[in-house]
Design a binder for this molecule. Structure first.
Ligand SMILES: Nc1nc2c(c(=O)[nH]1)N[C@H]1C(S)=C(S)[C@@H](COP(=O)(O)OP(=O)(O)OC[C@H]3O[C@@H](n4cnc5c(=O)[nH]c(N)nc54)[C@H](O)[C@@H]3O)O[C@H]1N2
Ligand SMILES: Nc1nc2c(c(=O)[nH]1)N[C@H]1C(S)=C(S)[C@@H](COP(=O)(O)OP(=O)(O)OC[C@H]3O[C@@H](n4cnc5c(=O)[nH]c(N)nc54)[C@H](O)[C@@H]3O)O[C@H]1N2
Ligand code: SF4
Ligand SMILES: [Mo]
Length: 710
């Protein structure tokens, strides 16, 4: 297709993180002239971060594949789409025929969630495989959020969102929105919103083992020993009960099992938690009193309490704290969103299922059709019926982003066939036999299916492509469609009728809560969104209970059995002597310029000081005879890496911090800039045997390590 040579201005939401900032992108021909924030965007109002400029670099990156390739030895041979798609389906079909459906594994990574065509169009092909060997980044991220919502509210996507713009007390535990730009809380310009909270007399409190960017702007910060948050959150909840600070207000008729919770948490006092967490009992009590007195307050927990040995328990406790303070479903508390395309209330609603089957080797439970990522390597390496022999990856780099990367590398090396839907030859896709590269993001349209449903304000936008699709290229969704057609033919089943992602969005909008059909004055449709390229504000979050609850009883299940049973684990932890708690614990770290493993090939985001450093408290360094800047060897149960160390009292004593997503020095990686700024992979140290036994979520923090001079 020819490109219009005229100068054009496009408005488009950035897809690089969860904040979905509206951008103004000016281009002439195939050249991008500028990228900046869209001041007319009703949600982000001109805010954007430096990462947005990477959109241009990704689009122009010479390392980005424009044509499918197949591997022959160490060489990559460009091939036609027909050859690539046929080869993929032939090989998967043959392996599946011989070794059964579960021998084919699927792994979908984080950027799938930012690419709506992968949502709407992956299902057909993937479901034809009928494999139980399905994995994704969910079990390295937000799985406990989904599981808790499923258990308590009856739907995996009914996750209450912190009403940051109206709250007066924001208790943040294990999240660093100033670096991450927010998560399970779509919130462009979080810094400004936190400032506004403080300006209206509200308070920001951060609980984190590191004095993070967010902690630095907070009114209070308390260090917590990594991995002990369950004891902290239970103590907070216990105090609320103990001191009669419970006021369930409007929620009272909806609560099922509140008394069971009250008695179950009784033993978990703040005095008992103190030696484990390092937070004084009196501080916990004061936090409980402050939250209860705030009126409009919210407790928000993210990665630091989700990818955690007690991930499910922690996120349940967060819900309970919001419930007993009457802050669930109340403005300024935590509310359910009402997105224009409603994946909860709509016809495609999937409430979820849990434990319907389990993994072959370690018996870990499925959640909504997926097994925990920590089980993937052993499912490839352990011989027997159902062993994984082939792998399909989509937008994923688990060698750098899932636990024990080297073990996964060994497993990938032993597969009979691997295919990757990805624009780059990275640490994971280099193991593929075939790589299927989609169009660049700017060459397709965009609708934030996932993130608009978690936004702190109801808002909607649809963006047209910035550049036309190059001749012969395929979008991600078209690749899925082509694979689906071919596989359906082989299996002798009907392919799906042709449709496009935007048609599905249009249908969802026209049957959704803001449609003409629903009698809403906005009368949303795709056409209407096309006429409003900056997006449409749909108003603040509103109470929606009991209508929104999905459980049959229309009640909130406060005391799910598996949670109450799991309290025993915390009890045992509290009873342990502290002698084994004396070693170093490693936590992760996000930096504004990163996006997991995949933006290190943009020069402007990696230039300057090396960011892949181990942060360590000066006292710990003195104890170990280490000096600032020297190279150290970090060793965990599964491996070791060598990296520079930086002395900083930003991390609490006994804690070290290393970012993830680095380690680009592996052979065969074709990321020319990233390879020059390789760093080391934190996930060469994370342990596939360390996970929350309830959900199977990986424990990516609180990793026991030793550090020594090299
Ligand atoms: N130690 C540690 N490990 C972690 C974390 C942590 O905090 N600590 N965080 C975890 C979390 S929260 C997550 S979400 C995961 C993320 O980890 P992954 O799910 O592996 O995601 P990325 O590293 O972002 O990998 C992105 C890949 O997707 C490709 N890609 C980008 N856009 C597209 C697209 O539109 N189409 C296609 N087909 N491909 C695309 C890129 O080229 C790249 O290869 O990492 C997890 N790993
Ligand atoms: N710049 C940038 N932005 C991103 C990403 C990125 O890689 N880079 N990734 C995106 C993705 S996929 C996600 S899921 C989100 C994540 O968004 P966030 O959850 O906000 O991001 P993190 O920086 O992982 O925050 C986790 C915090 O938990 C703390 N922590 C670690 N261990 C513990 C613990 O045991 N207890 C407690 N209380 N705290 C602990 C860490 O010090 C850290 O401050 O960010 C998204 N945005
Ligand atoms: S904050 Fe996130 S969405 Fe906004 S411009 Fe930066 S990377 Fe893009
Ligand atoms: Mo994530």
């Amino acid at each position: 297709m020819t490109i219009n040579a005229q100068e054009q201005t496009h408005y488009r939401a950035c897809h690089l993180c969860d904040a979905t900032c509206g951008l103004e992108i000016r281009r002439r021909g195939d050249e991008i002239l500028s990228i900046k924030g869209d001041k007319q965007d009703p949600f982000s109002r001109g805010y954007y971060c430096p990462k947005a400029l990477a959109l241009q670099d990704i689009h122009n990156d010479p390392d980005r594949l424009r044509q499918p390739v197949k591997r022959e030895g160490d060489n990559w041979i460009p091939i036609s789409w027909d050859e690539a798609l046929d080869l993929t389906v032939d090989r998967i079909f043959d392996i599946r025929e011989k070794q059964g459906p579960n021998s084919i594994a699927i792994y979908l990574g984080n950027p799938c969630v930012h690419n709506y065509g992968m949502f709407t169009h992956s299902g057909h092909f993937l479901s034809l495989l009928k494999t139980k060997s399905r994995f994704s980044a969910t079990s390295l991220d937000q799985l406990p959020h989904h599981l808790v919502s499923y258990l308590m509210y009856g739907h995996q996507l009914l996750i209450p969102i912190s009403d940051i713009d109206h709250t007066d007390y924001f208790l943040v535990i294990g999240a660093n929105p100033l670096a991450s730009n927010g998560s399970i809380m779509t919130v462009p310009n979080v810094r400004k919103r936190l400032k506004a909270l403080q300006n209206r007399g509200g308070k920001l409190v951060v609980i984190d083992p590191r004095f993070t960017e967010t902690a630095k702007v907070a009114d209070e910060h308390h260090f917590i020993r990594p991995g002990t948050d369950a004891a902290f959150l239970l103590a907070l909840l216990q105090t609320l009960f103990e001191e009669n600070l419970v006021d369930t207000a409007h929620l009272t008729p909806l609560l099922n099992g509140l008394d069971d919770v009250r008695s179950a948490v009784r033993p978990f006092t703040s005095e008992r938690a103190e030696p484990l967490t390092g937070i004084p009992a009196e501080t916990v009590k004061q936090l409980a009193r402050d939250l209860a007195a705030a009126g409009r307050g919210v407790c928000y927990g993210r990665m630091g309490v989700s990818v955690h040995m007690y991930g499910t328990l922690c996120l349940w406790a967060v819900q309970m704290i919001n419930i007993v303070t009457g802050n669930l479903d109340r403005p300024g508390g935590a509310l359910f969103t009402k997105p224009a395309f409603d994946t909860i209330g709509g016809p495609v609603s999937r409430p979820g299922h849990f434990g319907a089957w389990s993994s072959r080797v370690s018996n870990l439970p499925e959640f909504s059709g997926e097994l925990p990522a920590v089980a993937m390597s052993e499912e490839m390496l352990t011989e027997g019926d159902g062993q994984i022999k082939a792998l399909f990856t989509g937008a994923a780099n688990p060698v750098l982003t899932s636990t024990n990367g080297p073990l996964l590398e060994k497993a990938l090396g032993g597969l009979e066939f691997m295919v990757s839907l990805d624009p780059f030859i990275n640490e994971t896709t280099r193991f593929a036999d075939v790589i299927l590269p989609p169009t660049s993001t700017l060459e397709h349209d965009h609708y934030d299916m996932a993130f608009l449903a978690m936004a702190v304000q109801n808002v909607v936008r649809f963006n047209q492509p910035v550049f036309p699709k190059p001749d012969g290229a395929l979008h991600d969704w078209e690749i899925f469609t082509e694979l689906g057609k071919r596989m359906a033919k082989k299996l002798g089943v009907q392919p799906l009728p042709d449709s496009t992602p935007d048609q599905m969005i249009d249908f969802g909008l026209q049957t959704g809560p803001y449609s003409d059909q629903a009698g809403h004055p906005e009368k949303l449709s795709l056409d209407r969104l096309k006429q409003n390229p900056h997006g449409i504000d749909l108003g603040p979050l509103q109470p929606s209970l009991p209508d929104r609850i999905y459980s049959d009883s229309k009640q909130i299940n406060c005391a799910p059995d598996i949670i109450i049973v799991d309290l025993e684990r915390v009890e045992n932890h509290l009873r342990q002597t502290t002698s084994d708690e004396s070693g170093l614990l490693m936590i992760g770290r996000r930096h504004l310029f990163d996006a997991n493993s995949w933006l290190h090939n943009c020069k402007r985001l990696v230039k300057g000081k090396n960011r892949c450093l181990l942060f360590m408290h000066p006292d710990d360094m003195t104890d170990l005879g280490l000096t600032d800047g020297q190279t150290v060897k970090i060793t965990s149960r599964v491996g070791s890496v060598e990296v520079g160390v930086k002395a900083t009292d930003e991390v609490m004593k006994g804690v070290v911090s290393l970012p993830h997503g680095w380690g680009h020095n592996r052979p065969g990686v074709r990321l020319s800039i990233a390879s020059q700024h390789a760093g080391v992979s934190m996930n060469d140290l994370t342990d596939e045997k360390a996970f929350d036994p309830v959900s199977g979520i990986a424990s990516l923090n609180a990793i026991p390590v030793t550090v020594a001079a090299v």
